[in-house]
Design a protein around this ligand. Structure first.
Ligand code: HDE
Length: 693
């Protein structure tokens, strides 16, 4: 039988073989999935059609509420491998077993403020949530790519998020903090100033999820099998190194490829370039906590790595994309209260509030208490309890014992069911707790500026300039003068030079008074070199991407040498050409293109090369996408490889006269090698002295 084109209204499917027959959700075979049952070919449609109604009913209910924060995210599977077991510190199964022990993980990266469909390159904190499927239950480290937070008490969270997200009357702006409500709230919340320094830094515009750190943020407790406890802070250190983009780039990436971060992760994993992070721990005791300048329960503070070194104890490798985005990434339910024996909470008031919030939010999003039955949330160890029923229950107790204590068991022929075990079970660390019932912020949380300053002075001069630019940009989008002034008043408590540059950038006629601090800041905290991205560059091009713009007549020897050199460096190449068919090289061969030039601006690449024959170099010197490709790469301090034939383009892009060490003639003796060596530096930051007014 001939298969019919169903879009044209035919009814007869050719019957596929075996299991491939389409069915309803009830399993009944379907004969026609494209035409509603009608009275006559021209209708009306009949309500009787159970197949059509089921299809539409299910479609109508496809969406679940998006996360109230971190709605935009991307999930990946992987494995954590223990390299340095620490049984003396914790009995947590993934950290105290044999060296080489593997624990499966699921990680979801996210932005915070934007809705599910918002662009990836918003200036924002990134979520970095890791679920370990341990043999003693699921352990979630629901962290961020920034080690501190805006607020100290969970009760302020709804206000912070309301202020950051779209204004309720107009429904914008979306996925950005550059607006009055956000800065109004922040400027009235001095505790946010340390976090403000981080989000105004390049950390808030990462080049990729693969190139950012992760932090557990709060202080947690490790507990060993003798019941002894230590404080611990968790760190994820990317083996790929840290890297961010420039703000001008971020804005353009959002237009060119709003899925830039999720595409990057998907593509790296599909290509077998599996990203890895080391799990680091900062472990300290009560003595240190007593001596430290700040309260270790205050989530607006870090413990500098130079004071308590980060000990690397294992490596996480992300090696599998999800099979289904909704089933896994959308339905995954992270909860800070998911801990396993050996990990315990502290009294950090932000963490304590979160421990309530995450369970509550899953009920709303996933529709019932049985979200642990969904495969991505299900523990991969035996689960035994007397919980039962509820929406979508998949696993209910068998037998008659569904309560305890019970006396079923031996001799009755019935199972008595599970019993709690004080030896193996989770036991809260014995902490003495006493105090007056009161709504009060601890005095020990009162310093809001010292570590903000420490962060600022730990940045390179280029990074500091980016911070000034970022805050100037954000406040320039704020309509109310008093909010702008109030922010400058806070920055005066952090660094007077920063405040001066900001006031100049905003064109303030008069310097506002500093905001009166709750406690006088400590002015002489030393810089912490670990806080700078640029000072800790990877020094390699591995896992980075070259955008190679080719046109007809390109020198085949240069192209082949470049492709081989990038491969050797562990990098990737995307070929760009005036046509998607590709470009003919000087030796008569055709190189197929991955992208057409107007869909592949240079902002999508870590460095670029332009190789063309003479005729093409002249032909494209007035072509706007070609000129933008070159001039943006230059403005964004990227390394540029070129051949003399494309000088007409570089001249018309107004960069030829500024050519510097970051621009390398690939056709010159050793040109390709020089270019690749320079590319390992990722950016030619010195150029910013020229490109910035
Ligand atoms: Fe969250 N946060 N949060 N948060 N958070 C959520 O839980 C909340 C905070 C973080 O990829 C929600 O499942 C409160 C700090 C990540 O699925 C919600 C407070 C840190 C994710 C929630 C905080 C985070 C969330 C929304 C103040 C860094 C995404 C959906 C006390 C350490 C997880 C959901 C994923 C998600 C509440 C503060 C990180 C509403 C009340 C601090 C990475 O429960």
């Amino acid at each position: 039988m001939q298969r019919l084109d169903l879009s044209k209204g035919g009814a007869n499917h050719q019957k596929p073989e075996g299991d491939a027959v389409m069915t309803t959700a009830q399993g009944a075979p379907v004969s026609d999935d494209q035409n509603w049952l009608k009275a006559g070919a021209r209708g009306p449609s009949l309500l009787e059609d159970q197949v059509a109604r089921e299809k539409i009913f299910h479609f109508d209910h496809e969406r679940i509420p998006e996360r109230v924060v971190h709605a935009r995210g991307y999930g990946v599977h992987g494995t954590f491998e223990l390299t340095d077991p620490i049984p003396d510190l914790t009995r947590a199964a993934p950290l105290s077993g044999e060296k080489g022990k593997k624990t499966p993980v699921f990680v979801r990266f996210s932005t915070v403020a934007g809705n599910k469909g918002s662009p990836d390159l918003a200036r924002d904190v990134r979520g970095f949530a890791v679920k370990f499927y341990t043999e003693e239950g699921n352990w979630d480290i629901v962290g961020n790519n920034i080690p501190v937070f805006f607020i100290q008490d969970a009760m302020k969270f709804p206000d912070l998020i309301h202020a950051a997200k779209s204004a309720p009357d107009r429904g914008f702006p979306q996925a950005q903090t550059a607006h009055d409500n956000f800065w109004d709230f922040i400027s009235l919340s001095p505790e946010a100033m340390h976090m403000v320094m981080w989000i105004m830094s390049d950390r808030a515009i990462p080049r990729s999820f693969r190139f950012m750190e992760g932090f557990g943020v709060h202080t947690f407790r490790f507990v060993n099998d003798k019941g002894q406890a230590h404080f611990v802070k968790f760190h994820w250190k990317p083996r790929q190194g840290l890297q961010s983009v420039l703000w001008n780039e971020a804005v353009k990436i959002n237009g060119a490829d709003p899925d830039y971060h999720r595409r990057d992760m998907w593509a790296a994993i599909e290509a077998g370039d599996f990203p890895q992070w080391d799990l680091g721990v900062q472990v300290f005791d009560d003595d240190f906590a007593e001596r430290f300048d700040f309260d270790v329960l205050d989530a607006t503070k870090i413990i500098p790595e130079e004071l308590v070194p980060v000990r690397r104890i294992g490596t996480m490798t992300l090696d599998a994309n999800v099979d289904n985005f909704f089933a896994e990434t959308e339905q995954v339910a992270f909860c800070t209260q998911n801990v396993v024996p050996g990990i315990d909470f502290t009294e950090d008031p932000l963490l304590q509030g979160r421990n309530f919030s995450y369970l509550d939010t899953q009920l709303k999003r996933l529709g019932g208490p049985n979200f642990t039955h969904i495969p991505v949330n299900a523990p991969r160890c035996p689960v035994r309890h007397f919980q039962q029923d509820g929406h979508m229950a998949m696993h209910n107790p068998t037998g008659r014992a569904n309560y305890e204590p019970n006396s079923w068991g031996e001799g009755t022929g019935e199972e008595r069911g599970p019993r709690a075990c004080p030896m193996r079970g989770f036991v809260s660390h014995e902490v003495v707790v006493q105090g007056v019932k009161q709504r009060e912020r601890s005095e020990t949380f009162a310093d809001h500026y010292s570590q903000a300053r420490q962060f600022y002075i730990s940045q390179t001069a280029v990074e500091q300039r980016h911070m000034v630019d970022a805050l100037t940009f954000e406040l320039s989008k704020v309509g109310r003068m008093d909010i702008r002034q109030r922010m400058v008043g806070h920055v005066r408590n952090i660094d007077e030079d920063f405040a001066g540059a900001l006031a100049a950038g905003l064109g303030l006629a008069q310097m506002p008074e500093p905001v009166a601090p709750a406690r006088a800041p400590i002015a002489d905290l030393p810089p912490s070199p670990a806080l700078s991205i640029q000072a800790n560059g990877p020094g390699k091009f591995a896992s980075r991407k070259l955008g190679l713009y080719l046109a007809d007549g390109a020198d085949a020897r240069v192209v082949q040498a470049l492709l081989a050199a990038v491969k050797k460096a562990g990098g990737m190449v995307e070929i760009i050409a005036p046509h998607i068919a590709g470009a003919w090289l000087s030796d008569g061969s055709l190189v197929e293109a991955d992208q057409k030039i107007d869909g592949a601006p240079s902002v999508l690449y870590d460095c670029v090369a332009i190789v063309m024959g003479k005729e093409a170099g002249q032909r494209f010197n007035a072509d706007k996408p070609s000129l933008d490709f070159a001039s943006d790469a230059f403005a964004h301090a990227k390394f540029i490889g070129y051949v003399p034939q494309v000088l007409p383009i570089l001249e018309c892009a107004a960069i030829a006269k500024w050519m510097d060490d970051g621009c390398v003639d690939l056709a010159a003796e050793g040109g390709v090698d020089t270019f690749m060596t320079r590319c390992a530096g990722l950016r030619h930051w010195d150029r910013e002295a020229v490109t910035r007014a």
